[in-house]
Write a protein of this length. Sequence first.
Length: 192
Amino acid sequence: MVGLGNPGAKHERQRHNVGFMAIDAIAHRFNAPNFREKNQGLVSEIEVNGRKIILVKPQTFMNRSGICVGPFKSFYKLDLSNIIVFYDELDLEAGKFRLRQGGGLAGHNGLRSLKEHIGNDFKRARIGIGHPGDKERVLGHVLGDFSKSETWVPCMLDALADHIELLASGSDASYQNKVAIAMQSWKSAQDE
């Protein structure tokens, strides 16, 4: 499981780093050992239903994520269907989640780098951050910090971590559904 983001404290709360945040939430939920440096990334491991899961946060900056992930694919002889990448999706409404295998790059440079280094048919765990509405504002939006008003973020991160057993066992549709239900419950609570 790979989370995309940019290293360093200045990027920590940016929308572009929600992939890192997802991996951190999963690591926390499963009491993962501290992350260590390997292959230009930060790496930890958890066990889920008897399966070893490697958690990776590339430290090569977003546009070069594939440089980090490629050696893991080779070393562990991973099929692309066993590589799950969590990342920010600009064209998905904020607080929405979609999971699919393969697909387009949608202008995402992290995905482009992964395609160059490992191929295109990895699983995409797309976390919607919403579009600012104006093409000129995209860069500032993506590289901007989540605001205090974006209270959906902790709920999303909890839901992604809470149901990881489903994802680890290949129950992709059930995983996506459980995350969607958690987000609907959160939204209903906000509307009350």
